[in-house]
Design a protein around this ligand. Structure first.
Ligand code: GLY
Length: 345
């Protein structure tokens, strides 16, 4: 069941009414000051972003400074340095940025050895006529701009990867620690490591301009070269300076197939609140999830995707497909976690 303040049925009714109205400009109220939002792992990031904005920074520089704290944190195994590696034990990162005032975007995907992929994405935006650079080309571009090539695989992440590899199958030659009496080693832990981490952060600065960033190490133990939603404009994030911004974490494949961040911003343009728009995107993914392997016994998506949105008026909210969750917000009242809406308990 959905959570308050909007039920699923109310949401559908509200969404239909908003469509019928076909409002092309969002309703706005006076904007009272800077605001930043992020996924739940971004409490320090939103605080830093608002600090930077209050010191005069543009929203794009502010959100990047915010997520840099998480990219460099060895204890966050879902982003940047310390992120869980691909199936071969190599950390591959994805990131995108979008700058509201210029409508420009920049992104990198499958980049290796660069601790701050969000900064490289910003360089793509500012120092190329392109939007997306990938793999070796992205790394060479970063090197050209003075980014050091570093080993991003921490001992902690390496040990988790080794445990995953050793428990992937009881029919290969990798063995987890075991005693002389143990049989049938492996496989049991496999599903425990199906996880997607990421940080998204969007903000409005003192000029009322909006910008966004999403950065991630992606799906843990992914097939090398797999790219999720985070570096794809319109999926992992979208920003329109006249309307608002949205971003995502969770199962990137579902988001890639539904262009959800673009959808959320367009729903806000039509008059949805940030929460209504995020729930609309969750509902769209649920409607498009047809494969039994992706559903639970009730026919609902068995995975999660979370969305975070703010509008031009500084209203913020988030929603998830499954279960309670919290997102980070910072504004004139300080930084805190707030509850997110959800479609299914
Ligand atoms: N949402 C992050 C990913 O799927 O890579």
């Amino acid at each position: 069941m959905p959570t308050n303040p909007i039920t699923r049925r109310d949401f559908i009714r509200t969404g239909t009414a908003a469509s019928a109205a076909a409002v092309l400009r969002p309703k706005t109220r006076p904007f009272a000051g800077p605001v930043a939002i992020a996924s739940g792992n971004g409490l320090a990031a939103v605080a830093r972003a608002v600090e930077e904005i209050n010191a005069g920074a543009d929203a794009l520089d502010a959100v990047i400074a915010g997520v840099n704290l998480v990219e460099e944190d060895p204890n966050d195994t879902s982003v940047g340095y310390g992120g869980l590696p691909n199936a071969d034990g190599i950390v591959e990162l994805d990131s995108a940025v979008m700058h509201g005032p210029t409508g420009r975007a920049g992104a990198v995907a499958s980049i290796q050895g660069i601790k701050y992929p969000s900064k490289v994405a910003q360089h793509v935006l500012q120092r190329t006529d392109h939007v997306l650079l990938v793999a070796k080309g992205a790394q060479e571009f970063a090197r050209m701009h003075g980014f050091p090539i570093e080993n991003l695989l921490t001992d902690r992440a390496r040990e988790i990867w080794v445990r995953w590899r050793e428990n992937l199958s009881n029919r290969d030659d990798y063995l987890p620690p075991h005693g002389p009496e143990d049989r049938d080693l492996g496989e049991a832990m496999r599903r425990n490591y199906d996880h997607w981490g990421t940080i998204h952060c969007s903000a409005i600065d003192l000029q009322g301009n909006i910008s966004s960033v999403t950065t991630t190490s992606g799906l843990a133990f992914k097939i090398p070269g797999r790219v999720g939603d985070s570096p794809i404009i319109g999926a992992g994030l979208y920003c329109d300076n006249e309307v608002g911004a949205a971003g995502s974490t969770g199962r990137g494949e579902a988001n890639l197939e539904n262009c959800s961040s673009f959808l959320i911003v367009e729903r806000m343009r039509m008059g949805d609140s940030p929460e209504q728009a995020c729930l609309y995107a969750c509902e769209r993914i649920a409607q498009h999830t047809h494969l039994a392997r992706l559903q639970n016994e009730a026919g609902e998506p068995a995975f999660n995707v979370s969305f975070y949105a703010l509008n031009k008026a500084g209203e913020v909210a988030g929603a998830r497909i499954r279960g309670k969750g919290r997102m980070a917000v910072a504004d004139a009242n300080g930084s805190r976690h707030i509850d997110m809406a959800y479609l299914y308990a």
